[in-house]
Design a protein around this ligand. Structure first.
Ligand code: 5GP
Length: 194
């Protein structure tokens, strides 16, 4: 997605060979115009997939998911990273290991909000080693719902997550796919023309 790639080049900060900081438009300050375009792009790619629900993870997956949900006319459910006092035991739970933070956390979704009748589009901000998406897939499976695909804003294609998820036969749509962050420079795979 051209607009997104331009934003990454203009505002992204390469923190290391593995980590890209995009706090100016996605992870802290949020650019609503860009989020709307991203949400509409996901919605257009999945418009014929019979999506009934979008499932994401707090907090940075929520903004693009909202616009996709608005366009597709479906609700957005975000997995919580910490147990909320108002969430009961009625939960689907999965473990997610973060390589960047080197910690494992539980994520959870109330059983009230995903059911066997649902066709789910999973959305997240980054795809790195795939652990967050695997956790969300686990929750969708526990609910006996169907996963139509995974929409990712920024995939780091040089890490293992994309391969891991696609090897399971799951459709993954990333709107920017980074080939390398070497030498402080963002280099993209060039396969996508949106
Ligand atoms: P994974 O579970 O695929 O290894 O990592 C995905 C999660 O880690 C994303 O939800 C995102 O929050 C975080 N993450 C991974 N790599 C990056 C990165 O380069 N930059 C930022 N800002 N977040 C990242």
């Amino acid at each position: 997605m051209k607009l997104l790639k331009e934003k990454i080049v203009q505002h992204g900060k390469v923190l290391s060979e593995n980590v890209l900081k995009v706090d100016t438009f996605l992870n802290h300050q949020i650019d609503p115009v860009l989020m709307q375009a991203i949400g509409e792009e996901f919605a257009s790619r999945y418009k014929d997939a019979g999506i009934t629900k979008i499932v994401t993870i707090e907090s940075s997956g929520i903004a693009p998911s909202m616009f996709a949900g608005l366009t597709l006319g479906v609700s957005v459910v975000f997995a919580r990273k910490r147990k909320s006092l108002t969430l009961s035991d009625n939960l689907y739970t999965a473990q997610v290991h973060s390589f960047t933070k080197n910690e494992t956390n539980d994520i959870s979704v109330s059983k009230d909000f995903i059911g066997s009748e649902d066709v789910v589009l999973i959305i997240d901000d980054f795809l790195a080693n795939g652990q967050a998406v695997l956790g969300l897939l686990d929750i969708v499976e526990q609910a006996n719902a169907t996963t139509a695909g995974v929409g990712i804003v920024i995939e780091k294609g040089f890490q293992t997550g994309g391969e891991l998820i696609r090897a399971r036969g799951i459709r993954v749509d990333s709107l920017a796919n980074i080939k390398s962050l070497a030498n402080g420079k963002v280099e993209f795979f060039e396969e996508d023309s949106t």
